[in-house]
Design a protein around this ligand. Structure first.
Ligand code: MG
Length: 234
């Protein structure tokens, strides 16, 4: 199968940067801010209480549950109000968290591979279920488009985001290589949508359930995969 590859789409969290350190720092920064500016919120809810409030919001508004930022904002607004502050205090707390959440540390192989792909004239898209912002994290210049669970219509592995990516890239799903660390949301989702799938397995652990078209341990291996796809003659 020779493939006329036109575009490459990437997952973000744990594909371009480790997500949990960023979220941990973001939660911590928000707690510090709350302690200084709205201590009653933490006193009344604690960090676990805020998490519970967010879960309750998601249960109450299941149609918006995948809008992670909105769930956080609604929960913080309510927490602020219940603790005797203006709801806007909750929004300010969210901003503090949000800025830190987008202060991520890229894996070393990210920028070289993006440069290589751009030099190949490939269209690049970001497909994330999370609420990182491609411009804020500093990768916006490389990407033609970015979708999340909200703008993409539904969280991965649903086909909606992948289908929308193909329409934004102006090509067939089969002309797109999707790269991600998650076997379900990335590999299964992209495969169902008809894309070529690359599983980024950074830990190198074996997984019997893995059925990607390609498996790589580092993004440095991606150019080889793409070259291989393009040079296969029918
Ligand atoms: Mg991921």
């Amino acid at each position: 199968m020779q493939k006329n590859i036109k575009a490459v789409t990437f997952d973000l969290d744990d594909t371009f940067w480790p997500v949990w350190p960023a979220i941990g720092r973001a939660e911590q920064e928000m707690a510090v801010w709350l302690e200084e500016h709205a201590p009653q919120i933490l006193e009344k809810f604690g960090r676990e209480g805020l998490q519970r409030l967010r879960d309750q919001m998601a249960t109450r508004k299941p149609e918006l549950a995948h809008h992670i930022s909105l769930m956080r904002i609604l929960a913080l607004r309510e927490a602020a109000e219940q603790a005797g502050y203006s709801p806007s205090v909750g929004e300010q707390a969210f901003q503090v968290m949000w800025e830190e959440r987008n202060r991520v540390e890229f894996f070393d192989d990210v920028e070289p591979v993006l440069r290589w792909l751009r030099n190949q004239g490939l269209i690049l898209g970001a497909l994330s279920n999370g609420n990182a912002d491609i411009d804020r994290v500093g990768l916006g210049e490389w990407f033609d488009f970015a979708l999340n669970a909200l703008s993409g219509g539904a969280p991965k592995p649903d086909s909606a985001m992948f289908t929308k990516a193909a329409s934004l890239a102006g090509c067939l799903p089969s002309q797109i290589v999707h790269v991600g660390d998650d076997l379900v949301s990335d590999v299964q989702g992209a495969a169902n949508a008809g894309m070529v799938t690359v599983w980024l397995n950074r830990s190198g652990e074996a997984d019997a359930a893995a059925m990607p078209d390609f498996e790589i341990n580092s993004l440095a291996e991606l150019p080889g995969v793409i070259d291989g796809l393009r040079s296969r003659q029918p």
